[in-house]
Design a protein around this ligand. Structure first.
Ligand SMILES: Cc1cc2nc3c(=O)[nH]c(=O)nc-3n(C[C@H](O)[C@H](O)[C@H](O)COP(=O)(O)OP(=O)(O)OC[C@H]3O[C@@H](n4cnc5c(N)ncnc54)[C@H](O)[C@@H]3O)c2cc1C
Length: 484
């Protein structure tokens, strides 16, 4: 419970419609897409301007109240999980497109604008916004920035970080700064680069300048089916080794195909062991030449079926299956954990075999969906929470998979972030000195750890120590645990 005087002050800043304090409404905000972590916040506020965000943050700083920025709550790593006794700052009402500058291929938006709205706004003029998470209809630009979100087309066009030019940003002490700018390179440290991917731990983005892309002359999508993921993996390696950079290469295994067909009837062959979606874009002549190479490579790798989308409707249907894959898995399992790991592309067949072995040892099933071109796996660990111990078992298996990705020289996350879920896996990737240096950045901008506390890093660091020399005293940790 927050002190009534503070709640009244926040109501004065935001108006009654900008403050939520009824328990049953607060529960809507208790988790993001990773629902096995839940904390009910003390209060939710919904500002509409940078000035309101600034005023709320100033109150939090003065009163030492932890606060958590939130976009649409589709995150899959617990990044927007509220702090107990803290305030959730929802950016949902900051949903305006502020300026469209087509000649310079820029757009300025508030953080609560949905990813897809950007493309919808500029598509009639031949432009689009490249990063396209599968959740693009419902996830916000602010959330995308915090997670450095990716999508199917990031193989060729890069992640969110490659498309954010500048930001208005409210620091955890309430100061407002402008980082980056309308040009492709700005002098000084790359502050947008530090903020993008910082998972809401450095402050709140309140205005964002994004880069727009020109639509390609031609976009063509092909579906290739294979008897086994090994053959599909071989085709992916063959395509990349041939020097072809498709706009997207996505793969689904047998269980994922089954789920997609149940849910959206995308037309994938139900008897296939793996399906690849390969999309090429560019000038007509280039796409035609490269597509015939892709077909040859897929057939040489043993494709049992190869089909081109001849109309926009056929192309949309091919993609509908892939984009709906996470939700579709609900058709074949009551519960599932979406894992997100990265491996070097060449390790794909081996890791898939390992996942199969690890799952069968535990008597579990894993459906695999992945951005095959950049080695980003999304194993979906299926379980039934009504079975005692099943959730724990699924979490263990999800952890084993991530450790295996790291052992293959990969990463614990490709695009969903570390958040709450994976912070204990950070030590598998970084040394204590590495982590202490990361935390120096957090300490510089968020020294009191009030802004999205205790996310991403396994040990909360008190600020002011030399990197690598810091070993938190147990009493400090206990003190922090009490505060948050
Ligand atoms: C079905 C489904 C499919 C998905 N597919 C993909 C995919 O293909 N690629 C991908 O990358 N992700 C994917 N995701 C994950 C998720 O959609 C992304 O991480 C997305 O960027 C989160 O946006 P959000 O608005 O929901 O943010 P939230 O979940 O609300 O928040 C995410 C993080 O951003 C911080 N944050 C939010 N707004 C701000 C702000 N204005 N300033 C500072 N910090 C902020 C929060 O504190 C939190 O740490 C998927 C999720 C689902 C449910």
């Amino acid at each position: 419970m927050l002190n009534a005087k503070i709640v009244a002050e926040l109501r004065h800043i935001l108006g009654s419609e900008g403050v939520i304090d009824r328990y049953e409404q607060l529960r809507t905000y208790e988790s993001d897409g990773l629902t096995n972590f839940r904390v009910t916040p003390a209060l939710v506020v919904l500002p509409t301007t940078t000035e309101q965000v600034q005023a709320v943050v100033r109150v939090c700083d003065r009163e030492r109240i932890p606060f958590v920025p939130r976009g649409s709550g589709t995150g899959l790593s617990g990044g927007a999980l509220p702090a107990a006794n803290g305030i959730v700052i929802s950016l949902a009402r900051m949903n305006q497109i502020l300026k469209v500058d087509l000649p310079n291929q820029r757009i300025i938006v508030q953080p609560g604008v949905m990813n897809l709205w950007v493309t919808q706004r500029v598509a009639p003029h031949g432009y689009y916004y490249a990063p396209d998470p599968s959740s693009q209809q419902i996830c916000s630009i602010g959330g995308n920035i915090a997670e450095n979100s990716g999508g199917a087309h990031c193989l060729k066009y890069g992640f969110t970080v490659n498309h954010v030019l500048g930001m208005k940003f409210v620091l955890p002490d309430g100061n407002v700064i402008e980082v980056g700018g309308p040009t492709l390179d700005t002098p000084g440290y790359d502050l947008p680069g530090i903020i993008v991917g910082s998972e809401g731990t450095l402050g709140i983005a309140t205005e964002v300048t994004l880069r727009l892309m020109r639509k390609a002359e031609l976009v063509q999508t092909a579906m290739a089916a294979f008897a086994h993921t090994d053959a599909a993996g071989e085709a992916v390696s063959g395509i990349i080794a041939a020097g072809i950079v498709p706009a997207a290469v996505e793969m689904m295994d047998k269980l994922a195909i089954e789920a997609c067909e149940e849910a959206v009837h995308a037309g994938y062959p139900r008897d296939a062991g793996a399906v690849l979606l390969v999309e090429l874009d560019g000038p007509h002549s280039e796409v035609a030449t490269l597509l015939s190479r892709v077909e040859q490579i897929c057939r040489a790798a043993g494709a049992t079926e190869y089909r081109l989308a001849h109309t926009e409707a056929e192309r949309a249907l091919m993609w509908k299956g892939r984009k709906a894959a996470f939700a579709a898995v609900g058709r074949i399992s009551p519960n599932y954990i979406v894992q997100d790991g990265v491996i070097p592309r060449t390790a794909l067949p081996q890791i898939l075999r390992e996942i199969e072995e690890m799952a069968s040892k535990r008597g579990m099933r894993v459906a695999n969906v992945f951005h095959a071109g950049d080695g980003n796996l999304h194993p979906l660990v299926l379980y039934d929470e009504r079975v005692e111990g099943a959730e724990h078992e699924a979490e263990q298996l999800a952890g084993d998979i991530i450790r295996s990705c790291v052992a293959h020289g990969g990463s614990i996350t490709g695009e969903h972030g570390v958040g709450m879920e994976k912070k204990e896996h950070m030590t598998a990737m970084f040394t204590a000195d590495d982590l202490a240096t990361h935390q120096l950045i957090r300490c510089a901008l968020n020294p009191d750890n009030l802004c999205n506390p205790n996310k991403v890093y396994p040990t909360p660091r008190l600020c002011g120590e030399t990197p690598g020399k810091y070993h938190p005293h147990p009493a400090e940790l206990a003190g922090l645990a009490e505060r948050f």
